[in-house]
Design a protein. Structure first.
Length: 384
């Protein structure tokens, strides 16, 4: 378990972690190549994850979930990170679930959460557009009220789970005359939705088994009960409140992947020989491994603290989450790069796990808000 030293770790979480590890090792890892070729983790795996209780960890038991906490979800994310399993987009499903948990009406919770817990609904979060990523106030997608419906028009891009998701949390303008105050969130079920279509599965540098897509809305009509929250115009505030969890997710995955990269380098450098001795005997190798271990432990300690805060009444501030996302993703990329270097030419070969880790790690500095935007948020908390 990645967080076995955390103050909040306990026997129940350790057992939970063991169960998740077994599930991933049995169902996902042996078929990874197949999923990479397909460009997505198939629905069947999601369904099995749902059967094992993994898709509704924070969903109340009476609605089909485990009534778990973000500590439980952090454990699952840690296990995904340790296996560099970024194809199974649990991390965005969780974000969608938390919007419903936090702001959904009773009707919405009863309608969506049981299906999100089983995998009948797979979640995605649709913020980014071709013309607006960092600057979310600049989105063009609109949701126009028409009787007891909203009519959605616009396009989204880079949407994780974009090919497989059938429950979208869509960020749209319900009032084009307003900036942030004109933004609302809608929960959109896409099965059979006229006017909704998916673009191609985007070809990426890494995350080969993750489906990332453009999505199009052309006069797509959804019931007015799709609006998440009590009234229009709450979307920006809701996103600001939920983004700390989204950013912490990235940090947790980052610590796990860095740890996995170090384990690969530790074992490889002890096996590989040059100049009559193992690579691990060179002082440079030993120093690089030591530096990586130290960075990971510092990153992990901060992330453990953040998990402790987000699961307590204190909560996790936007700046704290930004610091975790920014520095852990930088550390992850440094560590993975150094560990790849210790593999020599083999590190560049896709048959070695470190090569996939390298390709998959880069995006951690970009999505969930770029690291430049993270620094803006941190600076904002310092300067008044
Ligand atoms: C694999 C992948 C998966 C993704 N999944 C999702 C998803 O599921 N849902 C979703 O909504 N989005 C998703 N995204 C989109 C992602 O969140 C955006 O790419 C990201 O927020 C950056 O937006 P952008 O690409 O438009 O870059 P831009 O905003 O155009 O930024 C370009 C550059 O300018 C810099 N920049 C912009 N503004 C400032 C500023 N004020 N100060 C300093 N520098 C600045 C940025 O840091 C960056 O370096 C995903 C992206 C990728 C690559």
């Amino acid at each position: 378990m990645l967080f076995s030293d955390a103050q909040w770790a306990n026997e129940e979480l350790t057992a939970f972690s063991d169960g998740i590890g077994k599930f991933l090792d049995r169902e996902v890892l042996p078929r990874r190549k197949e999923f990479e070729t397909a460009g997505a983790v198939p629905r069947e795996i999601w369904q099995k994850a749902g059967d094992n209780g993994l898709l509704g960890i924070s969903v109340p038991e009476e609605l089909g979930g485990l009534s778990g906490s973000l500590a439980h979800e952090s454990i699952l994310l840690g296990e995904l990170g340790l296996r560099n399993e970024m194809g199974f987009g649990y991390y965005v499903h969780s974000i969608a679930v938390h919007y419903v948990l936090a702001y959904g009406t009773e009707y919405q919770k009863e309608k969506w959460l049981p299906k999100l817990a089983t995998g009948d609904l797979i979640g995605a979060i649709c913020m980014s557009e071709p013309g607006a990523g960092s600057d979310l106030q600049g989105i063009n997608t609109t949701a126009t009220a028409d009787g007891n419906e909203y009519v959605i028009n616009g396009s989204k891009t880079f949407i994780s789970n974009g090919q497989i998701a059938n429950f979208l949390v869509v960020v749209a303008k319900t009032d084009k005359t307003q900036g942030a105050k004109g933004i609302s969130l809608l929960g959109v079920e896409t099965d059979g939705l006229e006017g909704f279509s998916r673009g191609q599965n985007l070809e990426k540098l890494g995350l080969k088994s993750q489906d990332t897509s453009e999505l199009f809305f052309n006069n797509a009509r959804v019931p007015s009960t799709a609006l998440i929250g009590p009234e229009e115009g709450q979307g920006f505030i809701q996103m600001m409140q939920q983004l700390p969890w989204e950013r912490l997710i990235i940090a947790i995955l980052g610590v796990g992947i860095a740890e996995a990269a170090l384990q690969e380098a530790v074992s490889y450098t002890q096996e590989r020989k040059a100049f009559g001795k193992s690579i691990a005997e060179f002082q440079n190798t030993r120093f690089k491994l030591a530096e990586a271990k130290t960075k990971i432990e510092f990153a992990k300690a901060y992330v453990e603290k953040c998990i402790g805060k987000i699961t307590s009444d204190t909560g996790l501030s936007a700046a704290e989450a930004s610091m975790a996302k920014y520095l852990v993703s930088e550390i992850q990329n440094e560590v993975v790069d150094e560990c790849l270097q210790l593999h020599g030419g083999y590190g560049f070969m896709m048959e070695y796990p470190i090569a996939r880790m390298f390709a998959d790690s880069r995006v951690q500095k970009i999505y969930g808000g770029t690291n430049e935007i993270m620094k803006e948020l941190i600076a904002r908390s310092l300067l008044h």
